[in-house]
Design a protein around this ligand. Structure first.
Ligand code: UT7
Length: 325
């Protein structure tokens, strides 16, 4: 028995905001954004749409593809840095109600942009420990809600969306989640965080929290390149696979230059990395499942393909997964 990724699906808001549209209100340009990040556009959730709505849409599509019903689910894990409610209840519980998966275990994982990989490892470990048969793992973000739209150094980077994977403990000879590697460096916690004004007086505590993203881009950039390098080396060492055994490497989509730098380090041809940052920008924990869903829709993932997922982000966290598709 192994834990197999049975289906993958996504929800992308229709509202597409390209770089020119941002340049109309911010001191930036399409040229700067593209040349520094590889981003051409981002999709922004409509007013009234919550993280759980996008997560539920992606989940329904993934369940339909896997041909299982919400009642078959034993577990829902949502990775998000932008939950419907900061603190509690878990967005996974809201999603459970929205898709009608009553009674199953549901909780959130907070691990920044590595969230989907953390959630996938936790969910597959729980299935392996026989806490059920079917789980849905969702990465969903409404980063537009915590973006400081006056800060050009971060406003151009992020987008909204959700991706969901149905995983099942079944016997499908050789397929499945083969290896995970997770890590964190809390020393960099303040390099990328949600700033909330200090609330010391009773008056301040009475006003709602409006968090916004603050990032030391240079530090996170260096961390990201180092993390990818270390993760690839460790995965090779732990699994004895060679780079040429992998059909695809699917990284967190934060900056095309980060991927190019890591690729150069190992001499990996650029076409082995799947990138869609041009269209969706950085969607944090949604970015890896969004990329997988797009690849699946394009028929790029063939049964038996060996793929590597790589994540890095707030925490600072990092993670990798090796999957036989
Ligand atoms: O998903 C979580 C992980 N996140 C990441 O991995 C992000 C990692 N960091 C990065 O991707 C890059 O550091 C950024 C894309 C955030 C920034 O790129 P950079 O090449 O490091 O630019 P910079 O911050 O060094 O800024 C260079 C210049 C500055 O101007 P001066 O000081 O040289 O005059 C900035 O003020 O570019 C300026 N700048 C901009 N100009 C036009 C910064 N943002 C913009 C902008 N438009 N949007």
């Amino acid at each position: 028995m192994s834990v197999v990724l049975r289906s993958i699906a996504s929800y992308i808001p229709q509202n597409r905001v390209d770089n020119q549209a941002l340049a109309a209100t911010l001191d930036t340009s399409d040229e700067w954004i593209r040349s520094h990040t590889g981003i051409g556009a981002r999709h922004i959730a409509d007013d009234g749409v919550l993280t759980s709505d996008m997560a539920a849409e992606a989940a329904r599509a993934a369940l339909a593809k896997a041909k299982i019903t919400p009642h078959d689910l034993d577990l829902i894990v949502v990775a998000t840095a932008t939950p419907d409610y900061f603190g509690f209840p878990a967005t996974a519980c809201v999603v459970q109600e929205k898709i009608g998966a009553f009674g199953c275990t549901a909780f959130d994982v907070v691990a920044g942009c590595s969230g989907f990989l953390y959630a996938l490892d936790i969910a597959s470990s729980m299935l392996e420990a026989r806490h059920g048969r079917h789980a849905i793992v969702i990465g969903a973000e409404q980063l537009s809600r915590v973006t400081d739209w006056q800060d050009r150094s971060t406003a151009v980077l992020f987008g909204d969306g959700a991706g969901a994977a149905v995983i099942s403990r079944i016997d499908e000879g050789g397929r499945g989640c083969l290896a995970f590697m997770l890590g964190a460096d809390g020393g960099g916690a303040r390099d990328l965080y949600l700033e909330q004004a200090p609330r010391t007086s009773a008056y301040e505590r009475a006003t709602p929290i409006v968090p916004k993203i603050v990032m030391d881009g240079k530090k996170v950039y260096d961390f990201a390149v180092k993390s990818i390098t270390v993760l690839i080396e460790r995965i090779m060492h732990a699994t004895a696979y060679r780079l040429e055994d992998f059909s695809w490497i699917i990284p967190h989509q934060a900056n095309a230059r980060i991927i190019q730098a890591a690729g150069k380090r190992f001499g990996i041809p650029p076409e082995k990395f799947y990138l869609n940052i041009d269209e969706y920008a950085n969607t944090s924990s949604a970015s890896i499942p969004l990329a997988l869903a797009e690849m699946d829709a394009k028929g790029l993932l063939k049964p038996g393909d060996l793929i590597m997922l790589l994540g890095f982000g707030a925490g600072l966290t990092y993670g990798a997964a090796v999957i036989r598709w």
